[in-house]
Design a protein around this ligand. Sequence first.
Ligand code: ADP
Length: 386
Amino acid sequence: MPDPATNPPSDAVYAALQTVNDPELHRDLVTLGRVRHVEIMPAGVAQVGIRLESLTGPIRNRLRDDITEALMRVPGINSVEIEFSAGLTTAQPQAVKAKSAGESAPQQNPQIAAREGNPLPDIKHIIAVGAGKGGVGKSTVSVNLAVALARQGHAVGLMDGDIYGPSIPTMLGTDAYPPKAVGNTIIPYNVHGLKAMSVGSLVEDDQALIWRGPMAHGAFRQLATQTGWGELDYLIIDLPPGTGDVPLTMAQLLPLTGAVVVCTPQKVAQDDARRAIAMFKQLGIEVLGLVENMSYFIGDDGKEYDLFGKGGAQMLAHQQGLAVLGTVPININLRHNADAGDPTANFTGDDQLANELDALARALMQQVVAAQIELEQATPTISVRD
Ligand code: ADP
C-alpha cells in the first residue's frame, strides 16, 4: 500500500506525465490516454503503465527516458518502474475532468482509427496539402508537387479534395473530358504522368458546390475510396482552404503520412498558416513542412524582388519547430501553365522554376522518409517491463 505520509499523491505523478509528450503525436501522454495506471509504492517507487502501439524502437526508449526524467523531478519519487503494453490510445478521464464547463473534451486522435481500417492499403503515402486561406497557391503547389514526384519516377495520384472550389481539372487540362466509371469504380485521368480525380469532374461546371456537412463528407469519401487509384507511392490530396469539415473527414478516413501547409510570405499570412498547422496537429496529422509560395519575383532585369517581403514561412517554421520544404517564386509561367492545363511545361521551359519545384519534391520525400521510419517503429509486439 502507498504510504501517504511519505509518498507523493498519484495526482502529482499524473501532472508530471502531462509534461511528457508523445514524440510522434506531439501531445501529452495523459491527454492521449496512454497512461493505464499509476501507483506509488513504499520508498517512493512510482509504477506506471503506459499503452503504446509499438513496444520496440526509439519511441519507446525515448518515452522511457522522458517519463523517468519527469517523474524523478516529483518530490518524494525515488525510482520509476514503467510497464509498456500494447494498445491503442484513448482519451483519458483525467484529461476530460480537467476541462472546465463549456470547454470541449479532448478528441481521440482520428488517425488511429484510420490506420486500423485503412481503405487504401495499396497507397504507400497519403499527403494532404492545406492552407489557412484561399488564393495562396495551394492547388498550384499540389499539382506541381505531384508532377515533380511523378517525374522523379514515382507512381503518383492527385486527388482534388477542394470540393468547394475544385481547380485541378483546369490545372491538369482534364476539364473538357467526362470521367469514366466501371461499375462503382471511378477511373482516374492519366495525365502528366499522374492519376488524377476531382469532384469538379463529377459535377456540372456551373453547379454551385455548396455542400452541406454530410454531403461534403460523402463527396470526399467517394472520391477517395471509389476512385481506382491502384498501387501508388504517393497520393497528394489538395484540401479546401481553411479549417472546415473536410480535413476532419479525411483524418477519420485515411491514414496520412503527413500534411504540407502552403503560405505566402506576408506577416498577416502567418496567422492563417498557424491555424492550419494547429488543425493538422489536432487531427493527429504530422506537418511535414511549409511551402512559401509567391516568395519572390525575378524581373526582366534578372533581379530578385521580394514583393510581399520574404522569409515569413522561415519565421513561422522556426517558431513551430517545422521544416520549410521550399520556396516558389511568383512566376508568370506557373500561372499561364495552370490556366492552360499544362503543368509539365513548368519543368521543361524555365530551369530556375523547374529546379525549385524539383527541390520541393525532394525535400518532401526526405520528410516522408523520416515520418515513415517513426511509423514503422510503431508495430505491436508483446508487453515489456522496464
Ligand atoms: P489556392 O489553391 O490556394 O486557392 P491556386 O493554386 O488556385 O490557389 O492559385 C491562385 C491563382 O494564383 C491561380 O491563378 C494560380 O495560377 C496563381 N498562382 C499561384 N501561385 C503562383 C505563383 N507562384 N506564381 C504565379 N501565379 C501563381
